[in-house]
Design a protein around this ligand. Structure first.
Ligand code: V47
Ligand code: SF4
Length: 398
């Protein structure tokens, strides 16, 4: 990939390309119009070079991952998002693909990891009326009583808005009670596309963009950290993506509470939007790159490898991405049902480390708050169990 300096030396570089490249070089913020220009006219090599420059200024070769596991308590849901492949409406509770775990069953999943060095549990699923405020308070308390150091990253404004409204309490009061029960941070889900023109078509009824942003803002003001996502590659236009990122950038200016931005590629299997073709790998990489360039106040850009596959995740590390989530170990079906690349997503630490090293980056295990747990640059694994399906480049010393 050409370096930013080489790009600027190019005599035939279009004027607007040059202006944007110079702004990036001088760490100046892009306007809405410039962001849109990149989506409309930025070739992969150009936006990739800009994004990689920013990524390396911020993190060098460091590529972060964590050791976590996901629990989806239920796939029954009161909502009916058109892109959702895994949820079943509550009236379909007898569907063989439907599940709703009891509190004890969820705790059993947590206990399965007792002897494993995981640092985070990521809990998110459908919105089910019986999973109310008391249910989640009890769940978080019991998890903390069992394993106090395990970081609980759980639920999104979609659930919180529903639960707090039903309990007739304010967002502030609800989040305070969740925190007291053991909630540590919020994952980035439920954001989809903020603009009502799209949101009303694909995710009608659930929390609005304003409510999503308000809940994150209150959480940040309480000292909490959270992530943000964007579900792209369906019926939205480029300007909806920029509008989405602009709202996040403005909130981040006010609070600084977001840790990472996670673009989620729309997968089209088994949902009401299956007729829409999926975005190409080139478009996915361009999207990571433009997100890296536009969101100048976000520290991290994450590629969620189960959704896009390991090879594209490796490639994304040259297009602005510095985090590839974690070992995950997903016991349920939320992503495989949407047609994700990985049917049962799980990678061993060695496989993740190997995947990062093979594209010349430095694997760093982090906790949820991005504190370094271990630098794996020089770690030699005793047994070679690395998975050999992804990019096989000579190992470059990071
Ligand atoms: O909000 C649902 C998305 C999200 C599909 O914070 C789909 O660390 C693609 O937010 N195609 C939930 N995407 C997942 C999520 C997440 C994942 C990993 C890490 C983190 C984090 C957060 O999944 C939903 C929705 O946008 N989703 N259906 C689909 N067919
Ligand atoms: Fe329910 Fe979430 Fe699926 Fe929407 S995306 S139907 S809120 S589980």
């Amino acid at each position: 990939m050409p370096s930013l300096e080489n790009i600027l030396r190019h005599e035939n570089l279009p004027k607007e390309h040059r202006r944007i490249a110079e702004k990036v070089l001088h760490q100046e913020r892009l306007t809405l119009e410039e962001g849109l220009y990149l989506y409309e006219h930025g070739e992969l090599a150009f936006v990739g070079a800009l994004a990689n420059y920013i990524r390396e200024c911020k993190h060098g070769n460091n590529t972060y991952f964590n050791r976590n596991f996901h629990i989806e308590p239920t796939n029954l849901c009161v909502y009916d998002c058109k892109f959702c492949s895994y949820s079943r409406l509550i009236k379909q509770r007898n569907d063989p693909d439907a599940w709703a775990y009891s509190l004890e069953e969820i705790l059993d999943i947590v206990r399965r990891y007792d002897n494993q060095p995981v640092t985070e549990v990521h809990i998110v699923g459908g919105v089910l009326p019986q999973y109310d405020l008391a249910f989640y308070e009890e769940l978080f308390r019991r998890i903390k009583a069992h394993r106090p150091e395990l970081h609980i990253k759980a639920l999104t404004p979609v659930e919180y808005h529903y639960i707090f409204k039903k309990a007739k309490i304010s967002y502030e009061e609800g989040l305070r009670r969740m925190k007291e029960a053991g909630l540590d941070s919020l994952p980035g889900g439920g954001a989809e596309i903020f603009h009502p023109e799209i949101r009303e078509q694909i995710a009608a009824d659930k929390c609005t963009a304003e409510q999503w942003l308000q809940i994150h803002e209150i959480w940040h003001r309480m000292g909490g950290r959270s992530n943000a996502t964007m579900l792209y590659g369906h019926i939205e236009k480029f300007w909806h993506r920029i509008d989405h990122m602009e709202r996040l950038r403005q909130l981040q200016d006010r609070t600084g509470g977001f840790q990472t931005f996670i673009p989620l590629k729309f997968r089209n299997q088994n949902n009401q939007m299956s007729h829409i073709p999926e975005s190409s790998a080139v478009e996915d990489l361009r999207n990571y790159a433009i997100a890296r360039i536009y969101l100048d106040n976000f520290d991290h850009i994450k590629a969620y490898w189960p959704m896009i596959g390991r090879t594209l995740a490796q490639m994304s590390l040259a297009f602005g991405v510095d985090d590839i989530d974690g070992t995950i170990d997903d016991t349920t079906k939320i992503y495989s049902m949407a047609g994700a690349e990985e049917q049962h997503p799980a990678l061993t630490t060695q496989q993740l480390v190997d995947l990062i090293r093979r594209v010349g980056r430095r694997p760093i295990e982090r906790d949820t708050l991005y504190r370094v747990i271990r630098d794996y640059s020089d770690v030699v694994f005793e047994e070679d169990t690395a998975w050999r399906g992804y990019l096989e480049l000579p190992v470059v010393n990071a």
